[in-house]
Design a protein around this ligand. Sequence first.
Ligand SMILES: [Zn+2]
Length: 186
Amino acid sequence: MDTLWTDFINSDWHDFRESGKHEDRLVLSSWQKQFLHDWQLKSSVPATNIELKALQTLRKLLHNYTLAIVKESSADLIDWNELNRIMAQSPVIRQWNKDDQENRHVTYIPLVQDWNSVMAEVVSDFVHTVLDQDIQRIRICDNPDCRWVFYDDTRSRTKRYCEDKTCGNLMKVRRFRAKKGSSRSQ
Ligand SMILES: [Zn+2]
């Protein structure tokens, strides 16, 4: 399952078929537009160079935390003060609203809708996953070329690849070829 914060990290895109081939999609206006649209966020596009730098720094930070969580199964490395600092850059207005089913509930609307408020939302989503969900379900795709970050929401908790049809199949073929190669050389 993709979430707001994993989608943000995955903007550092790696080609699952080829080692070392990657693209920073965060810098693309088309990616920025799609991301804001998908998660119902608002900001000006394209992001300025200063905003991009801040976004890339945050992405690196969250990626480091993700690596530590996946490797150590612990959230000890997280600098919570740093995350609070980023969330504090976007004060909110509380307002009740109706959802699609006409249910009223309180929502938090950023005072200013810009890339700072987007970063605060991304951090808040990450914090929500770490505090309220199961960090054991945070995964990095087992295909070393892919590195896609996702949250395993399957019942069996055994999802190893971002997609079985792409990375799962590719790794199956690689394992098969490696086995065949080693049996031939014996
Ligand atoms: Zn993958």
